[in-house]
Write a protein that binds this ligand. Structure first.
Ligand code: NDP
Length: 505
């Protein structure tokens, strides 16, 4: 592709695509090849001001804000259908900017995205946007209702690992609640998001969805500090989440944070090791380990430790690291060259700290993708929970296997992390699994599998994995304000008992 053929991805503000006020575009690099696949607008504070103003105007329109649930449900279905109609194009862009495999995007992300919209399309028809409280006759007749209303202008900031899915987890409930939004995707993966916003705005009123591409330190910062933004929903690192929350306190914005994780899975003595190994590898190697709720720490009983490692190694040897556009590829590249080096340095730290590399541990070479950033799926044994690979989020295809001897010890190790997004249990004993689930301090506990996310089940973190919940009814509530509307039926002023607090004569 010569430079004049490289597609450009501008901003979307108030129903129009527009140039960034800086006039600057930056390269979007395919992490599987190292080649430039797009030029993305580099927005700034002035663009954020315009996008927020458009969203504010759109929110002030009662036709959008006060739309009947049935009509809103229809709009959410239109969004799902619009995405499905453009599935192939969106999948292509997701693959070439984020390194997602075609297998994953086609069979997981796109159907899941449609499901998120469709689930909320049903939810809004049932959700109690208006409820009546029971009448209380004293001190006088009156009636109180509780209304649920959109928060207002929402800034949606997403990460690079699942650009469209993470965005849908925010856009769908924000729209379902009657809000308007300004979207800011990760700078390195803007292409599919730009087209997604363009596609959705074709079924939404003008200004309801806006997009400002650009650097987090400029665009994200401006959104989180903007006085006319009422809510921020953020997915990214815990460190940045803390910064975002701090910015939100300036104007007391509502804030939902979906942050990092260090998911522990406890393998009990009675577990079926074949299913443990295949599930644990699905849990850690999906998206080449670049998922916040990955199962990155496998806690295995000492009596089955070596046997588990051997099954894990054998199954790992059959995994296909490859070009993401090939349907047979199970594991794609790291998102950037910098991230590749970060992952490799974690593996090195494990070697230095005395852990054993059971398999992998090196850069992977992929034919036809010589410029790409691939890492071999890596299993590390003899890890202790104080090692760097067990404490920090690696965000790569690296599984740390930790030995335990007593169940209480396993629970302590599992919870000995400042994260709390996902946790798991592998056992044939469902009753014991339920008991253990009570002890694990995580927002999702998965028994005998991993990534068991549903469009209607809450997803979010305990501890420093963030707060607020995404998906279904739980996400809708995160985008609603609560208003108490109280009406008095008493017409005689002398019958108004409470007035006598002031009118004492
Ligand atoms: P960040 O947390 O830095 O980025 C997440 C989002 O925040 C991006 O859109 C980013 O924009 C934006 N951002 C950056 N600076 C600001 C700011 N000042 N105000 C508001 N928003 C801002 O994650 P990284 O991409 O740097 O990844 C680092 C590590 O974080 C990963 O290696 C992984 O461990 C973890 N991570 C966790 C994720 C999760 O799903 N929980 C997702 C991604 C990463 P921009 O891209 O332009 O900088």
């Amino acid at each position: 592709m010569n430079s004049s053929e490289i597609p450009r991805y501008p901003l979307v503000i108030n129903g129009e695509t527009c140039e960034p006020s800086s006039g600057v575009y930056t390269d979007v690099v395919n992490p599987a090849t190292g080649l430039v696949v797009g030029l993305a607008a580099s927005g700034n504070e002035a663009d954020v001001d315009q996008a927020v103003a458009a969203a504010k105007t759109a929110f002030s329109d009662p036709q959008w804000r006060r739309m009947k649930p049935k009509q809103r449900s229809k709009i959410l279905l239109d969004c799902a259908n619009a995405i499905l109609t453009h599935a192939e194009e969106l999948a292509g862009l997701e693959i070439t900017s984020s390194g997602a495999t075609i297998n994953r995007v086609s069979n997981m992300d796109i159907p899941f995205i449609a499901d998120v919209f469709m689930t909320l399309a049903e939810e809004v028809k049932e959700y109690p946007f208006v409820t009546s409280l029971p009448v209380r006759p004293l001190p006088e007749m009156g009636h109180s209702q509780v209304w649920k209303e959109g928060v207002g202008v929402c800034g949606l900031i997403t990460a690079w690992n699942f650009p469209l899915l993470l965005l849908t987890m925010k856009v769908a409930p924000a729209l379902a609640a009657g809000n308007t939004v300004v979207v800011k995707p990760a700078e390195i993966t803007p292409t599919a998001t730009m087209r997604y916003v363009e596609i959705l705005q074709s079924v939404l009123p003008k200004g309801v969805i806006n997009l400002v591409l650009g650097k987090g330190s400029v665009v994200g910062e401006a959104l989180t500090l903007h006085p006319d933004v009422d809510k921020i929903s953020f997915t990214g690192s815990t460190a940045m989440g803390k910064h975002v929350q701090h910015n939100c306190t300036e104007t007391l914005k509502r804030c939902t944070l979906e942050l990092g994780g260090k998911g522990p899975a406890i393998v009990l003595l009675d577990a079926n090791l074949d299913i443990v190994a295949s599930g644990a590898l699905w849990g850690v190697f999906m998206n080449a380990g670049q998922a916040c709720e990955s199962g990155t720490r496998l806690l295995v009983h000492e009596d089955i430790y070596e046997e588990t490692l051997s099954v894990l190694k054998q199954k790992t040897s059959r995994l296909v690291v490859g070009n993401p556009v090939e349907p047979a590829t199970g594991i794609g590249p790291m998102s950037t060259e910098t991230h590749f080096h970060k992952v490799m340095s974690y593996i090195e730290s494990a070697r230095e700290q005395g852990a054993r590399i059971v398999c992998g541990g090196n850069a992977a070479s992929v034919e036809g993708c010589e410029g790409g950033f691939f890492v071999e799926p890596t299993i590390i044994a003899d890890v202790t929970n104080d090692m760097k690979v067990a404490c920090e989020e690696i965000f790569g295809p690296v599984l740390s296997v930790i030995k335990y001897s007593r169940l209480e010890e396993a629970i302590t190790i599992a919870n000995d992390t400042h994260y709390g997004l996902s946790a798991g249990i592998w056992t044939r004993d469902q009753v014991l699994a339920q008991e253990l689930a009570r002890e694990l301090r995580a927002g999702s506990v998965w028994i005998n599998d991993w990534h068991m996310m549903r469009a209607d089940a809450p997803f979010g973190g305990y501890k420093q994995s963030g707060y607020g919940r995404e998906f279904g009814r739980y996400s809708l509530e995160a985008y609603l304000e609560t208003k108490a509307v109280c009406a008095s039926f008493e017409t005689q002023s002398d019958q108004k008992a409470m007035h006598r607090i002031v009118h004492t004569q």
